[in-house]
Design a protein around this ligand. Structure first.
Ligand SMILES: Cc1ncc(COP(=O)(O)O)c(C=O)c1O
Length: 413
């Protein structure tokens, strides 16, 4: 393992990169995240009036500056008008719950069917509940309220008020607790059992995998659109940010099946203070490892326990695991906001820019050792997903305008 240390204010934080040390398959069946399933999911999402294909931005000039062939950013900052990709998972999982009660197969599930007053009359009132750092809960709340149902959303301590307000604006019940994310998940589990509410959680554990699998399938709309937009170009390297790992697992499972021959090098990126997947991979002892600090500006990634299913998939499909200090994500936000001349600027939130920031970090001259490990050279085509826009606008301005979370001058190379 190669390890570098950065000084970020008073705090020492490190960037780590390891190649996947875990034994590869045959293992977990990843067929539920293949192209055929992506087609069904996309067909469903297309029936929403809010649906539009999100842009795949080619940062050709920025890529040239950093010495690679191209950097593509799939930009999810305006998905369904909600600032993040997460609604794709919640809307698919909730749709499946309702469709099942109607006896409608997934292939025939549409927005029109779900919003038909006859549907609501058939299902009666339903209440959905979830824990969230912000984006997932907003997607669940928005979907439930749009389809005529109720939603309860609970958030961890320290959540930015804007993220709470966005959920309250959907009409759902929402509150910030004094718990860390993983304890909020346990709390909503109990509430759902006690009240008979439907838990729509984007992470899996023993006995809870069906809904979370559907949430992961919902994310296939992102991976499938991007593959189509890439046309003939096959990415050689994909960087994907992780909280509990559901998005990363979808990305790894989908692309490793779609690009079977070319096999892009897939790296999972986490904040150094919330690197539960990295710690699990590094330990390589057959157990999932938890972390509890979770102090990071990358709020969407501040999760301390890997999803059961996501880890099973990443163990066999991911190629690298990486941790970054907050300053790397912040630099990613700044470069996306102001790329090389000729490239399109992109508004990206702290968690949104994380994987892009990580990729850029590897491309800096001083990080040649990392590049060698990942096999990055001048022919590399990098794909990342900007998973959110400015979901905390005050902090966005502090970072992008005022230079908060800056790499120290000494480390600038
Ligand atoms: C903006 C953003 N990006 C990435 C993720 C990571 O997704 P996952 O928890 O599935 O790893 C999240 C999770 O909430 C998020 O909000």
């Amino acid at each position: 393992m190669v390890e570098y240390a950065y000084t970020n204010g008073n705090k020492e934080s490190a960037m780590n990169f390891i190649k996947n040390p875990c034994p590869r398959g045959p293992g977990y069946d990843i067929a539920f995240l293949d192209r055929a399933h992506a087609e069904t999911v996309r067909k469903y999402h297309k029936t929403f009036p809010q649906y539009a294909v999100t842009p795949l931005v080619s940062l050709k000039q920025t890529a040239a500056h950093f010495g690679v062939s191209n950097i593509y950013v799939k930009n999810e900052n305006a998905r369904f008008g909600l600032n993040a990709f997460k609604v794709l998972g919640g809307s698919y999982a909730i749709g499946r719950v309702i469709a099942e009660r109607l006896g409608v197969p997934p292939e025939e599930m549409t927005y029109a069917v779900l919003t038909d007053p006859a549907t609501r009359a058939k299902t009666g009132p339903l209440t959905f509940i979830t824990a969230t750092d912000g984006n997932h809960g907003r997607g669940v709340a928005w979907t439930a309220m749009t389809l005529g149902y109720d939603a309860y959303v609970y958030m961890p301590k320290g959540t930015a008020p804007e993220r709470l307000d966005n959920i309250l604006a959907t009409g759902a019940h929402a509150e910030i607790t004094d718990l860390i994310y993983d304890d909020v998940v346990r709390y909503v589990r109990k509430l759902s059992e006690k009240n008979g509410w439907i838990l729509v959680q984007d992470t899996a554990w023993e006995g809870y995998t069906e809904v979370s699998d559907r949430i992961m399938q919902g994310y296939l709309t992102v991976t499938d659109e991007a593959a189509e937009q890439l046309g003939g170009a096959t990415p050689t390297h994909i960087f994907v940010q992780a909280g509990v790992g559901s998005l990363a697992a979808t990305v790894a499972a989908y692309y490793s099946q779609r690009y079977k021959e070319a096999h892009p090098f897939i790296t999972v990126v986490e904040p150094d203070n919330a690197a539960c997947i990295f710690q699990t991979a590094r330990a390589n002892d057959g157990r999932r490892h938890a972390v509890t600090d979770l102090n990071t500006i990358q709020a969407g990634l501040a999760c301390g326990e890997p999803s059961l299913t996501a880890w099973e998939i990443l163990r066999q499909c991911a190629d690298g695991f990486m941790t970054i200090p907050d300053c790397v994500a912040a630099t990613g936000m700044r470069i996306l906001a102001s790329p090389m001349a000729g490239d399109t600027p992109i508004e990206a939130g702290e968690s949104g820019a994380s994987a892009f920031g990580a990729a850029i970090e590897l491309l800096r001259p001083e990080n040649e050792a990392f590049r060698k490990l990942a096999g990055i050279d001048e022919n590399s085509v990098i794909l990342v997903i900007n998973t959110e826009g400015a979901t905390d606008r005050e902090n966005y301005r502090r970072i992008v305008w005022d230079g908060q979370n800056c790499r120290s001058a000494a480390d600038d190379g």
